[in-house]
Design a protein around this ligand. Sequence first.
Ligand SMILES: [Zn+2]
Length: 249
Amino acid sequence: MSDGALRNAADHIRDARTTFAFTGAGISVESGIPPFRGPGGVWSKHDPALFEMGYFRRNPEASWKLIRELFYERFNTVKPNKAHTALAELEAAGLLTTVVTQNIDGLHQKAGNTHVLEYHGSTSRVQCMSCRRKYPTESVSLDTLPPKCPDCGGVLKPDIVFFSEGIPDDVHREATQLARSADVLIVVGTTGEVQPAGRIPWVAHHNGATIIEINPNESAYTYKATDIYLEGKAGRMLPELLEAVLTPR
Ligand SMILES: [Zn+2]
């Protein structure tokens, strides 16, 4: 990757009216969160059928046991890494409006980003299957599974999108509008294989946005949608990009 590409990307961000980021599992692996897909990913060890809504309805206790093991046992100790922090600093500098993320780990908010659209929900909340009320996860005990709604006694489900569940409408609508109107999109740590989220960069590309991509390996976007490809891990490339943006020409 040339220094020129980094300067070019930085110039686009500085000159843009609206820049947003689109992130995937690759930004969180450096925080110790395993991806779902690929070798060593969650799906290489566990049957995705356990994350079907029908399975959860029939076996909430068994489903919760796995979910607790995968997502909640280290929930309070997992920390944002340098890539998350760089995006938070871009927002603080007034150069990033929104993070659209496919991750469910809540690390963008922990890093300090205030406007995060979560395509697949978040482990930081649970939702009652009966009355639909949502609660912060830390307010609920996971000692006895499944946890029950303090209000109506219904079964609480993690507020993450299960297979055969739809993407939250409001999130999809807002992310699509943003993709239609933004000048610059920074794609980080995602190969774009999961739909419909993976279409967001395409919408931005077709509406004339400059696509800056940060990935350690080429993706479905690299030769077709990406304008500036910054090859490398998010934890190295995003801080470098931030520094280039904040260093006066
Ligand atoms: Zn309830």
